[in-house]
Design a protein around this ligand. Sequence first.
Ligand SMILES: O=C(CO)[C@@H](O)[C@H](O)[C@H](O)[C@H](O)COP(=O)(O)O
Ligand SMILES: [Zn+2]
Length: 196
Amino acid sequence: MQTHIRSIFTTHLEVVRRLDALVPDIERLARRAADCLTAGGRIFWIGNGGSAADCQHLAAELVGRYQRERGGLASIALTTDSSILTSLGNDFGFEAIFARQVEALCHPGDLLVALSTSGNSANVLAALAPAAALGVYRVGLTGGSGGRLKDETDLCLVVPSDNTARIQEAHILIGHLICDLVETRLVEIGLAGGGR
Ligand SMILES: O=C(CO)[C@@H](O)[C@H](O)[C@H](O)[C@H](O)COP(=O)(O)O
Ligand SMILES: [Zn+2]
């Protein structure tokens, strides 16, 4: 068992080491997210399963606090309202659970982050066209070959791994980094002091 544990640590560390290639895109995303919030936009998150948990985790970091004392930042996980998710799934189909919420809630200038380890989840992909039509900047966090998400987003960070769990671990690391960079930037320019 211990050999197995150590081999997972080794694989995880190798994936993190390879994230170095994504540093310019992580910076690009952080700048874009900070600019979005500065201009009054919101950051939305979508994803399934473990990625749904990451969505609400990361929205909470922004609305609440990551590491610095500051006012709330506008961020919404579209994975959390059981009444909305069940009515959309039941009445329109599971593919519509994010697309319909994007149509209803997003405004031009908002930013949508789609987390999908395969890059091919139909409900995640279905949200991208309404987002584009509304002038929402679409970001993908994926892995493997990038799937369709890579081709249908404005910026896509592809974690160099084919293992779902290792990809998710990299996603939450990148997500925490985005919160760190956005929070620091907004505090520095005095736009996250609390209130509106
Ligand atoms: O957390 C895990 C696996 O580690 C699962 O819950 C996983 O998120 C689910 O199978 C998702 O449905 C996978 O979807 P996706 O990442 O391919 O879009
Ligand atoms: Zn998982």
